[in-house]
Design a protein around this ligand. Structure first.
Ligand code: NAP
Length: 280
């Protein structure tokens, strides 16, 4: 029940109506009997919205597209990995000893990706072909580097791929080089295969046997064609919904300082994805 003691959480973005974060976080609050609510907060007025969030005493905020980069100059502290990634998806609020409110920006996308992958393979020393060089690929790339993986980048726009590869200190491979590349893990961090283009694949199916583990960060459909073809070739597969889940559970841990009810959050997420008809 919402009352005068209800703690406020929410997600800043534009639009946010499609976001699955409210479903996961509110299910977790209910399951733990915590008097809190997680709200969608659509805005194009980022600075004003942040001032309002601080003034209203929000306890935690998620940040999504298009504000993940633009919010950074408005924050007091930025976590070192988020700084390297160049994007923030989580805000933490803390009152300093002098009474001032400190707002810290963190990125849990890389934590979510690493946790999802770590259930399938030990990342330290593993070789990983990362497809993509957009926002999600940047977070995953820096996360893989934190974990000590050996990374190879491939991106449709070669120049953008090379730019990210230079920042990560790893090679950027061309389409022609892909054919001969073998690695422990393949991660699709492009939007290829996402509904309504669910029959498309970011890599030719006959190359999938070059990898032991295949993760697709696309989560609509839940089982993408890439994952389906990879499983058929004996690869271990990691769905994008796991990354989405674990970036949210990492936020919960940071905000509440306790282990989140992961199974409750997973069930809430998967039930909405299934309801939306995100099967392939
Ligand atoms: P983004 O910044 O717009 O980057 C898109 C990436 O996909 C770029 O590398 C782009 O290549 C590539 N791409 C797009 N269309 C392509 C095509 N037809 N052929 C080859 N490459 C193509 O987007 P993003 O934020 O990184 O998100 C990418 C995907 O990840 C989206 O589907 C998003 O929903 C999903 N995602 C999932 C999670 C999760 O938790 N599971 C988290 C974040 C994002 P160019 O550079 O050549 O354009």
């Amino acid at each position: 029940m919402i009352n005068g003691s209800t703690r406020l959480f929410g997600i800043l973005g534009n639009p946010v109506a499609h976001s699955l974060s409210p479903v996961m976080h509110n299910a977790a609050f209910r399951a733990r009997g915590i008097n809190a609510v997680y709200l969608p907060l659509p805005t194009s007025e980022l600075a004003m919205a942040l001032a309002g969030i601080k003034a209203l005493g929000f306890a935690g905020i998620s940040v999504t597209v298009p504000h993940k980069v633009a919010i950074m100059p408005l924050l007091d502290v930025i976590d070192p990995v988020a700084e390297k990634i160049g994007a923030v998806n989580t805000l933490l609020f803390k009152h300093k000893a002098d009474g001032r409110l400190q707002c810290t920006g963190v990125n849990t996308d890389w934590i979510g990706a690493n946790q999802a992958l770590a259930e399938a393979i030990r990342l330290g020393g593993a070789s990983v072909l990362l497809l993509g060089a957009g926002g999600a690929a940047r977070a995953i790339g820096f996360g893989l580097r934190e974990a000590g993986a050996q990374i190879f980048i491939h991106n449709r726009s070669q120049a953008k791929g090379e730019h990210l590869a230079a920042q990560l200190g790893c090679p950027c491979v061309t389409v022609n080089e892909l054919r001969d590349l073998r690695a422990d893990v393949l991660v699709n961090a492009t939007s290829v295969g996402m509904q309504p283009n669910a029959s498309t694949m970011p890599l030719e199916a006959d190359l999938l046997s070059n990898f032991q583990v295949v993760m697709d960060i696309v989560y609509a459909p839940l089982e993408t064609r890439l994952l389906h073809e990879a499983a058929a070739r004996g690869c271990k597969t990691v769905p994008g919904s796991n990354m989405l889940l674990y970036q949210a559970t990492a936020q919960w841990q940071l905000w509440l300082g306790e282990e989140p009810p992961v199974d409750v959050m997973r069930a809430a997420l998967e039930s909405v994805l299934a309801e939306k008809g995100t099967q392939r």
